[in-house]
Each structure stands twice: as C-alpha cells, then as structure tokens.
Write a protein that binds this ligand. Structure first.
Ligand code: 26M
Length: 823
C-alpha cells in the first residue's frame, strides 16, 4: 500500500510550485502573503531537498544491496559554498525552477543570495574535498565524506581602517534546509581515563589491555545530500558529526549539591564541535583540536564498522569492502583507532589487525612546509588518549625493529623515520604515522609528489621503497567552476559543442580549438569576459565603494594570505608600477596598459605578517585610487571576506591571475585551474599544478617567471650573509619607508623579513623576473587582442585534464581499487 503513497518526483513546474507553497504554509508556517526572499529561498530549498532525499534513499538502498566496496573520504574540512544553485544545476531543474519562482513573484538570483555559504574549511584542502564529493556522486562511486559539523565556520572578515577584523561565522542562524539530523545515529566517544589490564576472558590468566575512558560525549550525525550531475544521477552523502552531552550526570557532584557544576561539565561537550580552527598550513598543536580529531575519527570508524558488520563478513575482508582516505594528516588517528578496535575490542591478533589497517588506509599529503606538519606533544596525547599512545608506541616499536634489521646501525635513519620525535617536549609526528599506517601515499601535483619523496619522506622512501608513493594531481568540478560560476561561458561553449556533455567529459573542450578562426565566436567570447568583469565591478562597488573600470586589465590574486604565496611581492609590483607612472609625463602615461590589481583572502587571526600584508594592500589601494594623476591607469582593491560564493563571481572576471608562490612551496593550488577554465591567463612560478597547466595548455600561454624549485635552496643559502635588493625593489622600499603609503613603522617587519632576515621566500631574487613577466603581459594584452583571445580559447580547450572527475578516477583505480556502482 505504501507504494501508492510514495512521494512523486519533481518533474514539472507545477510539481515544484505545489511543493513550494506547501513548504511555505506548513514547514515554515507562513502565509504566501507574507513570504519574503528568505522564506522563498527556504521553501525552494526544501522542495529541492525533498527530491534529493528520495534519490538519496534510492542510492543508499542500491549501495547496500550491491554491497560493493565503499570509500570514506575523511576530511577535517569541507568548503561546500552554497548548495541550492548547485543542486538545481546538477539535477537539471534550474530552468523550470527559475520560471516557477518568477511566476510566484521572486527572482531566482535574489533567492540564491539569501543562502549563507557553508564555509567549514580554510582554503584549498577543504574546497578540494567538496569538489571530490561532486565527482563521486557524478561518477556513481559509493563514496561518502565524513567530517565535523562546526557551528562556526571560518570567520568572516571585515576590513576596518585597512586592518582585518574577524567576526564569528554562525552559519546556522536560520536553520539549515540542507542538513538532515539523524537522531537515531549517535555514538559514545570517550576521552581521558586510563589503561587497565584485564583477563582476556573471565577467569583467564592471560591479560589484555583495555582503555577505561574518563569523559564521554555523544557524536550525533547530520547528513548532507550530495547530488551528482545529470538528471538521473546518484545522491551521495556527506556525514558531519556534532558533539552532544551524554546526559549522564556526575552523580557524585550531583548529590553533593553541585548541581550547577554537574550540568556545566556536560554542556562543555558541545564545545568540541563549536569552531573550526582558522589556520591554513600552520599547526598550532592545541588540545581541543586533537579532541576534535579523535571525536570525528572515533564516530566515523564506529559508523563504518557498524555498516561492515551488517554484511557478516570475516574481518580479513574489511579492506575489500572499505577504503579510508586521509585528507592530510588530520584524520591520522584512524590508524591507531582501527588497530585498537580490532585488537582490544574484537580480539584479533596484532599482526592480523595491522595488515587490515594498512590495506584499508590511504594518505594524501598536501604540504611540504615544516610548520604545517602536525606534531602532538606526548603530554597532551597521554592525557587525552592514553591507550592510543601505547598503540602508537607499539606500532613504532615493530616498525623500527624492521628498519633496524634492514639498515643495521643507521641511527640517523631510525631517528628520522620514527613516529616519536625525541625533542623537548617529545612529540608524535603524525605524517610519519600516516605513511607507516597506510598502503599508499600521494601528493597533489606532479612536482609536489616528487618533492615529498626528496624532502619530508626521503628516509621513509628508503625504508618502504618508492612504489608506495605516487601522485594524483588535483582537479576541480566543472559543474560548479564553469556552469555555475560562469553560466554565460558555459552557454557559449554548449552552443558550439552541441550540448552540455563536456561538463561530465571535460576533454571534449578540445573541440573548441576548431573555432579559433571563428570571428563571431571570438567576439562572443570577449562579450562574456566583459559581462563577467562588469559583474565583478558591481560586487567591488558594493563591498569597497571603489569603482573599477571593466575595460582595465583585471589582475587578480585571491587565496589565503601567506608569506609563501607572496602577496607581498604582488603589492610591491603594484607600488613599482605606481612609482613609474608618477615619474612619467601625462603623455608617457598613456602608453601604460590600464590595470586594476584585485586581492582577496583571509589571514589566520594569529598570523602577524599576513595581517601586515593586508594592511599594506589596503593602504596602497587608498593612495592609488585617490590619485587623480594615475588612477586612470592603475587601481587596486582588496575585496573583503573571500569565500566560495565570492570566488564564483571573482574568478570568471580575470584577465590575469597570480600564482606566484616561491617554487616548491605550493603543493598544487587549485584556483590556478579555476581561472584558466574561466578564460583567464596565468602569471606564475613553476610551482604546484601550474607546471602541469603549462604542459597541457602550452608554455607560451602562461607567463612564467622566477627561480625553479631545484635552485631555491641554493638561492636561500646565498642570503646567509647578505640579501642584495635589486634597485627596483630598493625604490619600492624607499617609498614605503618614506611613508608614501602611511606610517612606515607598520610595514617595517615586512620589509625587514626580506632585507634583514634572509628573505626566506626569495622575493628579492624573483622580483625583477616578476616585473619582466608583468611587462610582457601588458605588451600582449595591449597588442593585437585577437592573439590574447586565441591564447584564452586554446587554454580552455586544453583544461580537460584538470577535472576532478579525472582525479577521482585515478584515486579509484590506483588507490581504492573500486569501480563505479553497477546499476
Ligand atoms: C593544521 C593544524 C592546525 C590547524 C590547522 C591546520 C591546517 C588546516 C588546513 C593545515 C593545513 C590546512 O590546509 C592546507 C591546505 O589547504 N593545503 C592546500 O591544499 C590544496 C589542495 O591539495 C593545495 O592545492 C594547496 O597547494 C595546499 O596549500
């Protein structure tokens, strides 16, 4: 009988309208007469969500029935951005819904603007996880994401007097239509306590160790449906954990009259998932963060194991049914936790268990930077996770035993590969644990994957051999980063390629090369760019008050602010250009290519230098935009609060974007891919995935400059006694020192890190080559514009490789050994 009542799919506009009105009147308890944009956004989302949930159920049922291997993508961060537009695009419902919404008296664009970003991530790593979820669903893989439902995402950034000010991002203010709370899925997670020896069974003389936890919280599941692209695609799941008190009172306290304290201690449970740590590529080593990590790992593994147990298979088949991918070292506790469950709770032998762990786990590394590598002081570990620390010691003991057999007497090697760093205080090196406890380690771009073998994992390569290490170059989803962010370009491409197929088979873009001589196509291409630049200009006006001119060259650098990403070099370049303009006659100025330098990005709240860079950019911006002599030729803006939805507006508007990290420091970069896919060219160093972009689209289409990664060490060494500034940079520093951009004291640390503190990021060495690349850009852009457009078209045509679909397929084949679901 239930089949009769099974809910119908949204197929027509009428279905949607009925659902919409129904949600306004029941779910939201509002009248249609009193339905504002926010309510309309919520009702639309609920209507779309209903559809996703039906598909989601079907997908989960199929996955359970087929009982194939599943992948669990463990990521501490997911930078999802907005969900509604994406859901409409992926389900193919955007056009009918747009019409419906407008018939109901709303504009779809306005409703989309009502949705807050889901910003529970810092930057590249979190956004990569979101792109991969899109590809998992689109390609039909049985793959889930597991993460934390932080109540506060990455802070929102305001600029006050040129300084970054952080505000909390409480993204759950107006209930969230995109999440489904799973009150039936709650697991206890323990912390602290002690390790006890107990008989292996009652009355036995043989003993085993067990952990007796001291503090317990509950992990409650929230599910986020992840729709694949295509009318009939799967809907996968992102499961995020939220911490709740157990409601088991401390009765000792309770009875002694400390009622308040007893309840308070319980309430503290919720602080575990309250806030995302706002650091990017920097490890602060805080106890609460380790607590977050264990909380999430324990809950996710519990869930995974419960699902596995339903199939009643023997434990040794676990790795044939389950693949766990560690997105960086943040979930490395999966390794000792799985070992603990198998040995302490399930009674497997150490060796049996360890084989299962290693076969199950894969590890992706995202950085070579020392200060980003996670290390936990033993003291914190011992207190919070006493049994896990013992297990780690045992893992290390057996591992080092095997090393010393293979390399007898090589103490340096032992020290370097050991999981425990014998420093003061002693620390657990999570990256070493991740390598030792997984069957495959990958970097995120070809250069980066080579570099980790030569640097941080050099000695582990000696031990395991090179075959355990490989590369999967990052990718981005063309659904969000082309169709959603740049509907005009997507439409133009569809009109030439005869449909939208390229969105799920990005190599088809290659066919665009046929239109290199097509004048009409090229002029439409230019129109799209101008449209996108105008769209961005409006946003800039709204957010900064500055008016920028869409006929200028748009030069954009948007990413987290970090010394290694060298926004400081960019702004020094802007200053240099300004000084040049100032020293010219009005006639000579006319020869300059008008340009606006656009910046955006957050600095970690405790990162002093990064905050100085933001202040300098804002001060420069104020001087330039108010200088009547030069502002027709050069402007500069800092867009506050960079996030995914702003990226969708900013990226399609670039003529040039900057990817200018010190060679060998940016693991991959993913915005470089987004910019090229959106018909902008790059200025960049040979770093991260930019190397492969140049390979794919042709070096002649990338403005490359700077020292190569293999020479960086040598260049650095030459700074030991003295840093020689080129006269170009000297001029820039003189202007800053001379208070041309406000109080120079504020920028002294920035300049001193270069001129007096050995210029670690080799700005002084790369500066002239950077200026030369900029000069070439001006010349090319100002010259025959047809050449510029041809470069852009050729570049887009050759971006197929950078689809996250390709990346995910490589993971599936090389690391997870899974195939898409057979339907
Ligand atoms: C670590 C410890 C404590 C607090 C925070 C962290 C932490 C958080 C995020 C460390 C690193 C984090 O992210 C690093 C990151 O985003 N890496 C970027 O990953 C991208 C995807 O692979 C690459 O494209 C970028 O090059 C790389 O910088």
């Amino acid at each position: 009988i239930w089949k009769k009542f099974a809910r119908k799919d949204i197929k027509t506009k009428e279905d949607f309208e009925k659902d919409f009105v129904n949600h306004v009147e029941t779910s939201l308890a509002r009248s249609m007469y009193n339905c504002d944009n926010l309510a309309a956004y919520q009702a639309s989302s609920l209507a779309i969500r209903d559809k996703l949930i039906i598909k989601w159920n079907q997908t989960q049922q199929t996955q359970t029935m087929l009982d194939q291997k599943r992948v669990y993508y463990m990521s501490f961060e997911f930078l999802m951005g907005r969900a509604m537009d994406n859901a409409m695009i992926n389900t193919g419902l955007r056009t009918p819904i747009k019409e419906s919404v407008s018939e109901l008296g709303f504009s779809l664009e306005d409703l989309i603007e009502e949705e807050p970003d889901i910003s529970i991530g810092n930057g590249g790593l979190g956004r990569l996880a979101a792109c991969y979820l899109d590809s998992f669903a689109t390609l039909n893989y049985a793959a889930w994401g597991y993460g934390i439902r932080y109540e506060y995402g990455i802070f929102s950034q305001k600029i006050v007097n040129g300084y970054q000010v952080e505000y909390p991002d409480y993204w759950l203010t107006y209930s969230n239509p995109w999440e489904i709370v799973r009150t039936e899925i709650q697991y206890p997670v323990d912390f602290y306590g002690y390790v006890e020896e107990v008989p292996v069974y009652e009355g036995a003389t043989e003993k085993k160790k067990v952990w007796v936890g001291g503090e317990r919280v509950l992990a409650l599941a929230y599910d986020f449906p992840v729709p694949g692209y295509g009318a009939d695609a799967n809907v996968n799941n992102l499961r995020l954990w939220s911490a709740r008190p157990t409601h088991e009172f401390d009765f000792a306290k309770f009875n002694s009259g400390e009622y308040q304290n007893s309840v308070e201690a319980q309430q503290r449970a919720e602080s575990i998932t309250a806030v995302l740590y706002p650091n990017d590529n920097f490890d602060a080593g805080k106890e609460l963060r380790l607590k977050q990590q264990y909380f999430w790992v324990a809950a996710s593994l519990h869930d995974i194991i419960r699902r596995f147990k339903k199939s009643k298979r023997p434990w040794r088949e676990f790795p044939d049914q389950v693949a766990i991918q560690l997105n960086d070292t943040h979930p490395t506790l999966c390794i000792p936790e799985l070992q603990r469950v198998l040995v302490d709770l399930e009674g497997l032998s150490w060796d049996e268990a360890w084989k299962i762990v290693v076969r199950t786990v894969g590890y992706t590394n995202h950085t070579v930077m020392q200060e980003a590598l996670e290390k936990w002081p033993l003291t914190i570990f011992q207190k919070l996770l006493p049994r896990h620390l013992e297990i780690i010691y045992d893992i290390n003991f057996y591992f080092l035993q095997s090393v010393s057999k293979k390399f007898p007497g090589d103490n340096n090697l032992m020290t370097s590969v050991s999981i425990i760093e014998e420093s003061n205080p002693k620390q657990v090196k999570m990256a070493n644990l991740a390598v030792i406890g997984s069957h495959y380690v990958n970097g995120v771009a070809a250069l980066h994957s080579d570099l980790i073998k030569l640097t941080i994992f050099k000695d582990l390569v000696k031990v395991f051999g090179g075959d355990k290490f490989g590369n999967v170059t990052n990718g981005i989803t063309p659904r969000r980063w082309l169709k959603q962010a740049n509907p005009k370009l997507a439409e133009l491409i569809s009109s030439k390629l005869g449909g939208d197929e390229y969105l799920s088979d990005l190599n088809l873009l290659k066919n665009l090369e046929k239109y290199l001589e097509d004048k009409e196509f090229k002029s439409k291409w230019q129109e799209v760019k101008t449209f996108n630049k105008t769209r961005l200009s409006k946003l800039v006006k709204d957010l900064t008050g500055y008016e920028i001119d869409p006929t200028f060259l748009f030069d954009i650098q948007v990413k987290r602010i970090h010394e290694y990403k060298r926004q400081q070099m960019n702004i020094f370049g802007v200053i240099y250009r300004y000084l040049q303009l100032k020293s010219c006659s009005p006639e000579e100025r006319k020869k300059f290519q008008p340009k606006v330098s656009i910046f955006a990005g957050k600095a970690a709240p405790g990162y002093y230098m990064a905050k100085r860079i933001i202040k300098l950019i804002n001060n420069v911006s104020q001087v330039l935009n108010n200088d009547p002599e030069t502002r027709e030729y050069l402007q500069c803006v800092f867009i506050p609060d960079y996030n995914v939805s702003k990226a969708e507006i900013i990226i399609p508007a670039s003529d040039i974007s900057e990817h200018i990290s010190t060679a060998g420091t940016e693991a991959s970069g993913t915005s470089n891919m987004k910019f090229v896919l959106n018909a902008g060219l790059l200025i960049g160093t040979l770093d991260g995935a930019t190397v492969e972009i140049a390979r794919e689209i042709g070096e002649e289409n990338v403005f490359l400059f700077g020292h190569l990664s293999e020479n960086v060490d040598k260049v650095r060494a030459s700074h030991l006694f003295d840093v020689k500034l080129p006269s170009s940079l000297e001029t820039v520093f003189q202007a800053i020192d001379g208070d041309v951009f406000g109080d120079s004291h504020e920028f002294k640390p920035l300049l001193d890190s270069i001129r007096h503190h050995s210029d670690f990021y080799i700005v002084s060495d790369d500066f002239n080559s950077y200026l030369e690349a900029q000069r070439l850009i001006d010349e090319t852009f100002k010259g025959d514009h047809d050449i510029w457009i041809r470069k852009c078209i050729t570049s887009v045509a050759n971006m197929g490789f950078f689809s996250s679909d390709r990346a995910v397929e490589e993971y599936a084949e090389m690391i997870w050994n899974i195939e898409p679901l057979s339907k």
